[in-house]
Design a protein around this ligand. Structure first.
Ligand code: SF4
Length: 206
């Protein structure tokens, strides 16, 4: 579970998001960098009101160096717009900053990061939270939810309501948009509507 206070370290902390991005790209705290193109930091306004936190970069994010630019990101943008959330108020990032994958033929398939990899990367997320200082945090999926709020959080049970946390004024969990893309075709409309419903809670906070 994340704490905003710094762990003991002699390394000076980056004082801006651009410095932080360089440090993330140069990070060697776990082995994920070895098979990734680059580190993928968060993106959005420096003091965005809302921070959305996913799991890790995907194939397209790894290649472009930008978070949520693939199919899940497009679905995310659509759901936010439909819920009435202004994308300009949103900073998007991931719990893990390098792409974890395994080969299948010529494709690079998503591989869930290990608990150790998530723990190794958590300090970068802590620094992003400190610099952006959002008043609303939304964890997209179990990896981010458990990393930030602890192992007891259950996305299916706890989604779509404000949770007790000292990380920000408003903290919520919901599913990752990639999970909506993976549901059987006949369930897609319901899964997408539930995501939009959760995001509408954000739009109501003023
Ligand atoms: S995944 Fe995170 S901890 Fe691992 S090398 Fe990349 S930035 Fe560092």
């Amino acid at each position: 579970m994340i704490k905003l206070t710094s762990p003991n370290s002699d390394e000076p902390e980056p004082s801006s998001l651009s410095e932080l991005a360089k440090s993330i790209d140069a990070c060697r705290r776990c082995d994920l960098w070895k098979n990734a193109t680059q580190g993928v930091p968060g993106e959005g306004a420096a003091h965005a009101r809302i921070m959305l936190i996913g799991e890790q970069p995907g194939d397209q994010e790894d290649l472009t160096g930008r978070p949520f630019v693939g199919p899940a990101g497009k679905l995310l943008d659509k759901a936010l717009a439909e819920a009435g959330v202004d994308r300009k108020e949103v900073y998007v990032t991931n719990a893990v900053k390098h792409f974890s994958w395994f080969p299948r033929g010529k494709r690079r398939m998503h591989k869930t990061p290990t608990q150790q990899e998530v723990a190794s990367c958590l300090d970068w997320l802590r620094q992003e939270l400190k610099l952006v200082n959002p008043s609303i945090i939304v964890c997209l999926g179990a990896t981010a939810a458990k990393a930030l709020l602890g192992p007891a959080v259950r996305v299916t049970v706890d989604r779509g309501r404000w949770l007790e946390s000292d990380l920000a004024e408003h903290v919520m969990v919901t599913v990752h948009p990639s999970s909506v893309l993976r549901v059987p075709r006949e369930d897609f409309d319901d899964a997408y509507a539930a995501l939009v419903r959760d995001f509408k809670l954000i739009a109501r906070v003023r």
